[in-house]
Design a protein around this ligand. Structure first.
Ligand code: GUN
Length: 292
């Protein structure tokens, strides 16, 4: 049976280290990293995310600002708020919660964020920096996924990694990070022929397709490490349940290590957002970026 990778415990440890680092930045440099989160509209899942982000930001000793705007807010008003945050010296990180209402052009808003404050790592400048191996702010879920893989496997150098999913938020950036770790990387997607055969080559599987329990145990190379990024809400036995993109029951019998859902990659995302905020604040102040 696979070793279960405890993302909740890893994220708690990371937040603990961060709280110490933040205390040191305050006492040595008079710097309190600050994160502004912008929420437009009333999407219930987004409201929960944003509340959790704010709570954890404050818990590690950082400043947190929440800007809640009405669903009908004009694009120009949102762009004006982003510009104000871009020039606010106390604000080191800006996150505009997605999805945005349909009348707002998300790409335009993300491009308006100062890349040095783009703690989501979604700005094309950060995407370019990541793909060319330059220092950058990297999307949070990919960073958290690779941290867990390294915790389970040690060095990833030379491993065959298969990423399932090609989104800008997870698939593409996680592939870049794995390449930087010297993996041989395949990005599979909905048009991939014989996906089980492709996945069977992998020492490391990163599943980020958004399809409940799609990856089965008999698709895996025995002993593979499985990082399940999916969070899918399904009905089972008349009850609502959260499941990943991997069929946990069959995968845990074949994998060497596997992240559960919930309690795997999920808790890493906010912890890595806080880490990005610390890194952004240090970079903006010319302070060496701490190892976290
Ligand atoms: N909505 C769901 N996840 C995320 C995220 O990581 N960043 C942003 N900005 N919006 C999201």
């Amino acid at each position: 049976m696979a070793k279960i990778i405890d993302g909740k415990a890893y994220a708690e440890g990371l937040r603990g280290r961060m709280a110490k680092t933040v205390a040191g930045l305050k006492s040595k440099h008079g710097l309190t990293p600050g994160l502004a989160v912008v929420l437009v509209g009333e999407d219930p899942a987004s409201k929960v995310y944003v509340a959790n982000k704010a709570k954890q930001t404050v818990e590690v000793g950082m400043n947190s600002w929440e800007h809640k705007l009405d669903a009908a807010t004009p694009e120009a008003t949102l762009l004006a708020l982003v510009e104000k945050l871009n020039t606010d010296p106390a604000c080191h990180g800006i996150l505009v919660q997605l999805p945005l209402p349909k009348h707002i052009d998300s790409d335009k808003v993300l491009s308006a964020i100062n890349p040095d404050k783009d703690v989501d790592g979604f700005h094309v400048v950060n995407v370019g920096r990541l793909s060319t191996g330059q220092e950058s702010l990297v999307p949070c879920t990919p960073v958290g996924s690779v941290m867990l893989a390294k915790d389970a496997l040690g060095s990833l150098a030379g491993l065959e990694a298969v990423v399932i999913g090609r989104s800008n938020i997870v698939g593409k950036p996680v592939a870049q990070l794995l390449l930087a770790e010297n993996c041989t990387v395949t990005i599979a997607h909905s048009k991939t022929k014989d996906l089980p055969a492709v996945v069977r080559r992998a020492d490391l599987v990163i599943a980020a397709v958004g399809r409940a329990e799609m990856v089965k145990g008999d698709w895996l190379k025995p002993g593979a490490c499985v990082i399940d990024v999916g969070i899918n809400r399904i009905e089972r036995d008349g009850k609502g349940k959260l499941v990943g993109d991997c069929d946990f029951a069959s995968c845990e019998k074949v994998a060497g290590s596997i992240t559960p859902v919930p309690g795997g990659v999920g808790p890493m995302t906010i912890a890595c957002l806080l880490r990005n905020t610390v890194r952004a604040a240090c970079a903006q102040k010319g302070i060496a970026i701490p190892e976290l």
